[in-house]
Ligand binder design. Sequence first.
Ligand SMILES: Cc1cc2nc3c(=O)[nH]c(=O)nc-3n(C[C@H](O)[C@H](O)[C@H](O)COP(=O)(O)OP(=O)(O)OC[C@H]3O[C@@H](n4cnc5c(N)ncnc54)[C@H](O)[C@@H]3O)c2cc1C
Length: 384
Amino acid sequence: MTAVPARAEVVVIGGGVMGTSIACHLARAGVPDVVLVERDELASGSTARAAGGVRAQFSDELNIQLGARSLEAFARFEEETGHDIGLQRVGYLFLLSTPGEVEAFEAGVRLQNALGVPSRMTDPAEARRLAPLITTDGLLAAAFSPDDGHCTPEAVVHGYAAAARRHGATIVRHCEVTGIDRRGDDITAVVTRRGRIATSTVVCAAGAWSRAVGAMAAVDLPVQPLRRQIAVTEPIPGLPPDLPMTIDFTSSLYFHTEGPGLLVGMSDPDEEPGFATDTHDRWIPRLYEAMERRAPTLLDVRRTGGWAGLYEITPDHNALIGEAAHVSRFLYATGFSGHGFLQGPAVGEVVRDLYLGQDPFVDIAPLRAERFAADAPRPEVNLV
Ligand SMILES: Cc1cc2nc3c(=O)[nH]c(=O)nc-3n(C[C@H](O)[C@H](O)[C@H](O)COP(=O)(O)OP(=O)(O)OC[C@H]3O[C@@H](n4cnc5c(N)ncnc54)[C@H](O)[C@@H]3O)c2cc1C
């Protein structure tokens, strides 16, 4: 078994979109001896299980800015890294069936427009033109942003990892972190199953497993794992190539094209927090009910596969990004509550700046983990 490097300037824990983006941004900025440690394969956690949706349509100003910045980076990704990420900017279409939803999305669109995002409210007839699979029965309005879309999560991880290596970072796979050594409030080393890495700085990008990593440094990261499932369908003849990522906001049913078929997902209110990622069919009756109400033609389409993965949920469904107050140099980027893939590029940039002591392009202080103890939650409501 190869040993890990004896020392590092920074150890990044986790090889999903966050860890690889952060390692890449640090290495590109000239930080020497960046070491990323992943206990399994790269992209083996939540990232490869994501639906790949990328958007700036959020209710929280910070999420709009992080989403929009990331969309710009996804658009430049192939040019900058040489990796094709299958980006399809087909837009996100939210279907709204209650007056409360319409009011909340109107406020969201106003805020998004003020921040330069070209989202707009639209009517049921246009929603059906954009997404012909839907029925407009009971639909009051929709919100659409043409700049949003979807791309391939594993490709993004491998693109960032390759670029990080090119800029001098070391990536160690199959290497679990089991402890973080400290002297007083200072970090002195990261302990792994393949040896000890002397370092003063750790970045926790361990996704749904972040609470355990935080605890190794006595930092409370309130992240809970929650299983979410996805189904993929047989090919569907005549699917519009520019079908938007379509979300029935009331039921949370969503779908987008996946090759010649569709990728379909929905939340399951009966799911209890836990690390299980096996698939089950208990969510299917509810999925079919939602299809019957909003996209009945999908009931005739055969499911050919699917998978399960973990959302990394925080109490206000918003990310934890920052640096621990009482442990010297423990940085974290986790708890993305179902929208972490799309924030990967912008958060990599933000964590690089926190590490370098520079002001990030957006002030992410409201996302620090201590906000719950300070009774200052930061709720995001536009969740899928
Ligand atoms: C079904 C589903 C659909 C989703 N759809 C979307 C979507 O459309 N758009 C979107 O933006 N987001 C989506 N998400 C959420 C998204 O997948 C996550 O927010 C994002 O991938 C989090 O990335 P990450 O790098 O923080 O975590 P991960 O990808 O989980 O990476 C964390 C890594 O840390 C490693 N690790 C953990 N503990 C240790 C340790 N002790 N030592 C070493 N390594 C360790 C793990 O093995 C893992 O590889 C979806 C998630 C699911 C489950």
